[in-house]
Design a protein around this ligand. Structure first.
Ligand SMILES: Nc1ncnc2c1ncn2[C@@H]1O[C@H](COP(=O)(O)OP(=O)(O)O)[C@@H](O)[C@H]1O
Ligand SMILES: Cc1ncc(COP(=O)(O)O)c(N)n1
Ligand SMILES: [Mg+2]
Length: 761
């Protein structure tokens, strides 16, 4: 294959030894090519032939055949290098039609010959050359630059476009033009829009602290920048699935195209294999030649921009290498690899010998989404994880070893849960970051193609949202709804497909709303670390074992008494705003119970402890900053967000106390505090009362019901109000034992004091 075929000039690196500095030219080129440079020109006006020959040998190694290499000006040197067996693909010459004619004659038809052209006169000279003499023109300078001190006046985008329009050879065919001279990142989109063949970059990459990153940024700007959009008109992600065909329509590319469309992307598919399968299993597989796959891929990348790639069944080692080569060349901004080896039905979809090739492909992916069996193979474990904790361990090891983000999937775990987790140990296993997604297992046989569907949805949503966590959360929500409606399709007698468009057809929208139960689980999981911190507080520990000093307990009771009086007003306000009589009655009863139950008990306890003679604690009482902040938060939530935010904000006070009360009484914190001698036995029993558990359950149902029916924006504000209240709960419990205000955890952003006086008014 000649270097001229499908010459990719999109990111043309020109070297400058001085700018490369101590890093050196070879290391800079290596990094830039890894980042996405598509062609390299060695440019050195001062080095001797011997020095350049030695450098060419090193560049040959650094480039490793990935992109073409040409040399600036020195045709004799190119001829010498080639004679010595060094790989040099061509030459770039300054002006002079005689010089290019000679270069073409000496180097032959397959070599690359480029020419600089800055003026209409140069273009006229080019137009007189026989067709095929030059492969491209370097047209510049685009902006004033220091790397060419004697440069002609800067062209700007319009000047470049005008010269390019005139660049034709003797046969009248357009000659590709690369913009050179002071090219910046922000020039990529307009240059591509006016039809430039690429960007030539010198100092922006050679002098960059991280040439790989910088090249990747240029490559991304070039690929992504054809049609700039506004924030109000988000781009529809163009997502390519490279996967096998499942004629039954539930897995493979068929599932991928449906999934991409269902979550809001434009889907494309290059087919790696034709399986004959249905919902019961795979009967046979036909794998087309690798050249056919490459032709599909090149047809796409020669024409359009791919925002994300999802890789599915890759069948054999040759196809995997073909895909790897294409990815290395085209460098799509996002790659999600679903390492399909064994289908949900248990059929092998990858040659055993291809496993090694798949391992080599891994580092080219941004996210890999193995099921339990595939995870074990990739992590080199003895067998599939038997429980979720071992799955997370395997995923951590895999992520640490490959530097790739891993989505561990619990679809094949037994049990009532179907968890997934994003595992990021790219910075080393000890620093693994794990984000878990929980949800109950859905009782259905419609699980054919769940892995394919999930990975394509994630690729699409990651391109839309720009972050992994919301992409996975939304993809899961969508998949779970699709799983729930799968059986309604009545497809096949085995494991049927999921209903990819369930949400779209039943609700007429892309808003994949969660159920109340899912939201409850999500919010509760989200405050897990706050709940753990509450468990660890000395106040809670010592309350449980009875060693808490009475003064600290009384301080807590006094603060809580103040809080409860105002909290009762917040509940009354919830009753006032409630949308129906049942909710109204519930919150009103809660408000009353607050005053006649909890608060009355606190006041009795306080009076008992301090003695009626002192006049009770209330006389010297001052609410602390946490208390005021918490109450302001409740008030502000209602004032700003009405009923939904107000009830979200009051919920943690039910839920956390109910949970804590039950666990304290059950002895989760050490010896059972049930004995009558325990100084706080009475108090502990109050929150473990069954009636409190019933109220808590009802409060959770009411709040998550409102959230599930709300718009995503309101839902998110409710979630924030809920979380903030949980933060206040932690600070509230910490305050009594904090020696000084400085020791207490900072109250989470207190509002203004004045507001708390008017709560519920
Ligand atoms: N019965 C189920 N209920 C809920 N989620 C499920 C169920 N089965 C699979 N999933 C989810 O489907 C996705 C695919 O996972 P999995 O079945 O593990 O992979 P694969 O389909 O590649 O074998 C995961 O998000 C998993 O949690
Ligand atoms: C062509 C093809 N590709 C992949 C799968 C895996 O399916 P699952 O998503 O159930 O793991 C499949 N059954 N067929
Ligand atoms: Mg799978």
């Amino acid at each position: 294959m000649s270097a001229r075929r499908a010459l990719d000039l999109s990111l043309y690196l020109v070297t400058d030894a001085a700018l490369c500095g101590e890093r050196g030219v070879a290391a800079t080129v290596e990094a830039a090519v890894s980042g996405g440079a598509t062609i390299v020109q060695l440019r050195d006006k001062h080095a001797s032939d011997e020095e350049l020959l030695a450098l060419l040998a090193r560049l040959d190694e650094a480039i490793a055949g990935r992109v073409p290499l040409v040399v600036n000006d020195r045709l004799e040197l190119v001829l010498r290098a080639r004679a010595a067996g060094l790989r040099v693909d061509g030459v770039h010459l300054g002006q002079g039609d005689a010089a290019v004619l000679r270069a073409r004659a000496e180097l032959g038809p397959d070599a690359i010959v480029g020419l600089t052209a800055n003026t209409p006169a140069h273009l006229a000279a080019v137009a007189a050359l026989p067709a095929g003499t030059v492969d491209y023109l370097g047209v510049g300078v685009l902006r004033p630059t220091s790397t060419k001190p004697d440069h002609p006046p800067a062209l700007g985008i319009a000047g470049f476009a005008a010269l390019q329009a005139a660049a034709r050879d003797a046969a009248g065919a357009p000659v590709p033009c690369v913009a050179i001279g002071g090219v910046r990142l922000e020039d990529a989109a307009p240059l591509r829009a006016v039809g430039a063949a690429g960007l030539a970059v010198v100092s922006a990459i050679c002098a960059a602290p991280d040439p790989r990153r910088q090249a990747a940024d240029f490559a991304a700007a070039w690929r992504g920048g054809a049609t700039p959009r506004t924030a109000h008109e988000p781009r529809i992600p163009r997502v390519l699935s490279i996967a096998g065909s499942d004629p039954s329509g539930g897995a493979g590319i068929q599932a991928d195209l449906k999934s991409i469309a269902a979550v809001g992307g434009y889907g494309m598919a290059a087919i790696t294999a034709l399986t004959a399968q249905n919902t019961r299993g795979v009967r046979s597989v036909h794998v087309p030649p690798a050249a056919s796959l490459l032709a599909q891929l090149d047809a796409l990348s020669d024409d359009l921009i791919v925002d994300a790639v999802k890789l599915g069944m890759l069948a054999n080692a040759e196809l995997i290498r073909t895909v790897a080569e294409w990815l290395g060349r085209v460098r799509p901004p996002l790659v999600v690899l679903d390492p399909v080896m064994v289908s949900t039905s248990g059929d092998r979809l990858l040659d055993p010998e291809a496993e090694a090739a798949l391992r080599e492909l891994l580092p080219l992916a941004d996210l890999v989404t193995p099921n339990l069996a595939e995870l074990a193979v990739l992590a080199g474990a003895d067998g599939p994880a038997a429980d979720w904790a071992s799955a997370l361990e395997q995923a951590t090891a895999l992520s640490a070893r490959t530097g790739v983000l891993v989505l561990a999937k619990g679809g094949h775990l037994g049990g009532a849960e179907a968890p997934d987790a994003l595992v990021d140990a790219r910075a080393g296993a000890a620093l693994a970051e794990i984000v878990e997604f929980h949800g109950e297992r859905i009782a259905t046989r419609a699980t054919h193609g769940t892995g394919c569907s999930l990975s394509s949805a994630i690729a699409t949503l990651r391109a839309r949202h720009g972050a992994w966590e919301p992409a996975v959360a939304e993809a899961r929500r969508w998949l779970r709804e699709s799983l729930r409606h799968g059986a309604s399709l009545e497809v096949g007698g085995g494991n049927g497909p999921v209903h990819h468009f369930a949400g779209l057809w039943t609700r007429g929208g892309l808003d994949t709303a969660p159920t109340p139960a899912e939201l409850g689980a999500e919010w509760w999981a989200d405050i897990a670390e706050l709940r753990r911190a509450i468990d660890e507080l000395p106040f809670i520990r010592r309350l449980a074992d009875g060693s808490l000093p009475r003064t600290a307990f009384d301080e807590y009771l006094a603060q809580d008494a103040h809080y409860l009086r105002e909290y009762a007003r917040a509940l009354a306000e919830a009753a006032r705003l409630a949308p129906d009589a049942s909710a109204q009655a519930f919150w009103a009863a809660g408000s009353r119970e607050c005053l006649t139950g909890e608060l009355a008990r606190h006041e009795r306890d306080l009076a008992g402890a301090l003695g009626a003679a002192t006049g009770g604690a209330a006389a010297e009482f001052e609410p602390n900053a946490v208390n005021l902040g918490y109450l302001d938060h409740l008030l502000a939530s209602g004032a700003r967000g009405g009923y939904p935010e107000l009830v979200a904000a009051v919920l943690p006070c039910y839920w956390i106390y109910d949970d804590l009360g039950r666990r304290l009484l059950a002895g989760d914190f050490g010896p059972e505090p049930g004995s009558p001698e325990h100084p706080y036995a009475d108090w502990l029993a109050m929150y473990a009362e069954p009636s409190f558990a019933v109220s808590t359950q009802r409060a959770i149902e009411l709040v998550t019901g409102v959230a599930a029916a709300a718009t995503p924006e309101v839902r998110e504000r409710m979630h924030r109000a809920f979380r903030r209240s949980a933060e206040f709960e932690l600070a509230f419990f910490a305050a009594p034992l904090a020696a000084s205000a400085d020791d207490a955890p900072a109250p989470p952003g207190c509002g203004t004091r004045a507001l708390s006086a008017t709560i519920g008014a």
